[in-house]
Ligand binder design. Structure first.
Ligand code: CA
Length: 474
C-alpha cells in the first residue's frame, strides 16, 4: 500500500511537470460509492420537493454536491437499466433489453455477458477494491454473478426482488456472501443488512481506494418495512404510501450511517457518492411529479430519476445542473476520476460529466435514446424535443419539454420534419444495436424471433392491452 501511494505521488509529480497542470487532480483517487435505489419516484426525495417522506441525509448529501434535475436512466425498468449503468453502454448494444425470465435454472447466455466490461472491472484495473451489495438482477446464472464481473466482494441476492426478511424462498431470492448462502439468523431487515455490510466493508478497506456498488432493493415491492421506519412516516395518511415512504426512509437512514462512517474515518472529503434510482417510481405509491407516467413507460416519469453526485474534493456543492445527463455517464466520469482514461474504452456511450459541470454552455448530450420492448417502444431526446413512439398510445408523439414538461401536448402533427429527423436519428442509433437476446416477462417468451414474440406475447396479454398494443406493433 505504501508503495502504491508512493507510486501515485511520483505520477502526480510527473504530471505536474507537464503542460496541462491545471487539469490534474493532485490528490489520492477518491473512494467511490454508487448508491442505487429501486423504483423510487423522482419526487420521493426532499431535494426534489418531497414533503411527506423524510430524507434528510440524502438531502444534505445532495446539497453538498450537484443535483441533476434532468437525470435519466437508460431504461424504464430494473434489469436493462442496471445493465446500462454497470457497463456504461446502451444495453441494446448487447441485447439486454428486457428483465430476465424468472426461471431458477436460467442459462448463462441470459444476462449481461462476461465480454462486456463492467465499471467494477475498469476500477479494479485502477487499483480499486470493489464490492457489490444488494440486488444484482443482471445475470441469474452463477457464471454471471458479481464475483465474475469484477467485484472482489458480493453480498446480496441474484434476482429482481425478494422479501425483506431474508427468507430464502428460492435461489434468486437467497442472500449470498461471495457465492455462499447467508444464514437467515444473521439477517434482520434487508435494507439495514445492506447498510451494515457497506459500513463493514468501509471499515476493512479504508486504507485503499474502494468502490462500492450499493444497490438497495428498497423501495421495490413487496411493501415491507419495520416499526422504526414506519414511525417516521406515520403522518402519511395513505397506508400504502406510508409504508413505501418508510422503505425510502430506511435507505435514507442507512445512507446517513454510511456518511457518518466516512466522517469518523476522516475519508469523507475524498469519497465520491453517486445516488440515483434505477427507474421511475411505480404506480400508485410513488410520486414522479411533475413528470408524466411511471415505471415501465418512456414518458419522463419512467426514465427520469432522483440523481446527484457529491465529492468535496472535486464536485461543486449546492448546485443544480439542468442539462440532461444519463446513468450511462457514471462509468466514464468515475473511470477518469479514478485515474483511468475513458477514451481508451471506445465502447462507452456516456460522457465524463466533470468538464460539463464546469462549463454550462456546452451540453454533454446532443441526443439521448431509449429502446424498450425490443423497439416496439422507443424515445429520442434532442434539445427540448422528445419523440416517443408509444406502443400503448398507438402512435408517435412529440413533446416540447421546455414548454410542456408534463408531456401533455402532443405536437407531432405540426412538426413533421422534426419527427422525421428524430426517427432518422433513432434508426441510425438502432442500427448499431442487436436484437434483444431474450424477452420478458414470461419464460416461454425467450425467443429471438419477432413474429413469434408478438404471437406469444399477444396470447399472454389482457385483451384490452392487446388491442392498444396491436395498433402499433406491426
Ligand atoms: Ca427498478
Amino acid at each position: 500500500m505504501v508503495l502504491k501511494n508512493y507510486f501515485f505521488l511520483i505520477l502526480v509529480l510527473f504530471f505536474l511537470g507537464c503542460k496541462n497542470t491545471s487539469e490534474i487532480q493532485v490528490s489520492k483517487p477518491p473512494n467511490i460509492i454508487v448508491i442505487l435505489t429501486d423504483d423510487q419516484g423522482w419526487r420521493d426525495v426532499g431535494f426534489n420537493g418531497a414533503t411527506d417522506i423524510p430524507t434528510k441525509n440524502l438531502d444534505r448529501l445532495a446539497k453538498e454536491g450537484t443535483i441533476f434535475s434532468n437525470g435519466y436512466v437508460s431504461h424504464p425498468y430494473c434489469s436493462p437499466s442496471r445493465a446500462g449503468l454497470l457497463t456504461g453502454r446502451y444495453q441494446a448494444r448487447f441485447g439486454h433489453d428486457c428483465n430476465l425470465p424468472y426461471k431458477d435454472d436460467n442459462d448463462a447466455s441470459i444476462g449481461t455477458p462476461l465480454s462486456e466490461i463492467m465499471i467494477s472491472e475498469a476500477l479494479k484495473k485502477q487499483g480499486y477494491t470493489t464490492s457489490a451489495i444488494g440486488k444484482w438482477h443482471v445475470g441469474d446464472h452463477p457464471d454471471l454473478h458479481p464475483n465474475k464481473q469484477g467485484f472482489d466482494h458480493w453480498f446480496g441476492f441474484p434476482g429482481g426482488n425478494t422479501n425483506y426478511w431474508g427468507f430464502p424462498e428460492n435461489y434468486l431470492k437467497t442472500i449470498y456472501r461471495n457465492g455462499k448462502p447467508v444464514d437467515r439468523k444473521n439477517l434482520s431487515y434487508l435494507t439495514d443488512d445492506f447498510t451494515n455490510e457497506a459500513v463493514n466493508f468501509i471499515d476493512k478497506n479504508d486504507d485503499k481506494p474502494f468502490f462500492i456498488y450499493l444497490a438497495y432493493n428498497a423501495p421495490h415491492a413487496p411493501d415491507q418495512t419495520t416499526k422504526k421506519y414506519l414511525e417516521n412516516t406515520k403522518h402519511i395518511e395513505n397506508a400504502e404510501r406510508s409504508i413505501y415512504g418508510a422503505m425510502v426512509n430506511g435507505v435514507d437512514i442507512g445512507v446517513g450511517k454510511i456518511d457518518s462512517t466516512l466522517v469518523a474515518k476522516g475519508i469523507k472529503d475524498n469519497t465520491l457518492i453517486v445516488f440515483l434510482s434505477d427507474n421511475g417510481g411505480r404506480k400508485k405509491v410513488a410520486d414522479n411529479q411533475p413528470n408524466r407516467g411511471y415505471k415501465g413507460m418512456l414518458f419522463e416519469g419512467g426514465i427520469k430519476v432522483p440523481f446527484f453526485m457529491t465529492w468535496k474534493n472535486g464536485i461543486k456543492n449546492d448546485k443544480i445542473y439542468k442539462n440532461p445527463v444519463s446513468a450511462l455517464d457514471i462509468f466514464p466520469t468515475l473511470l477518469n476520476i479514478a485515474g483511468g482514461n475513458a477514451k481508451d474504452e471506445p465502447q462507452l456511450d456516456g460522457k465524463d460529466l466533470l468538464p460539463y459541470l464546469n462549463n454550462e454552455t456546452e451540453k454533454p448530450h446532443n441526443l439521448l435514446f431509449w429502446r424498450s420492448s425490443g423497439g416496439f417502444e422507443y424515445a429520442v431526446r434532442k434539445d427540448n424535443f422528445k419523440l416517443y413512439k408509444s406502443a400503448f398510445k398507438g402512435k408517435t408523439l412529440l413533446f416540447d419539454l421546455e414548454k410542456d414538461p408534463n408531456e401533455n401536448f402532443d405536437i407531432s402533427d405540426e412538426n413533421v420534419t422534426k419527427i422525421k429527423e428524430l426517427n432518422k436519428a433513432y434508426a441510425n442509433w438502432d442500427s448499431k444495436n442487436i436484437n434483444p437476446n431474450w424477452y420478458d416477462p414470461h419464460p416461454e417468451n425467450v425467443l429471438k424471433d419477432k413474429e413469434n414474440y408478438i404471437k406469444k406475447r399477444n396470447n399472454s396479454l389482457h385483451p384490452k392491452i392487446k388491442k392498444k398494443l396491436n395498433k402499433n406493433l406491426n
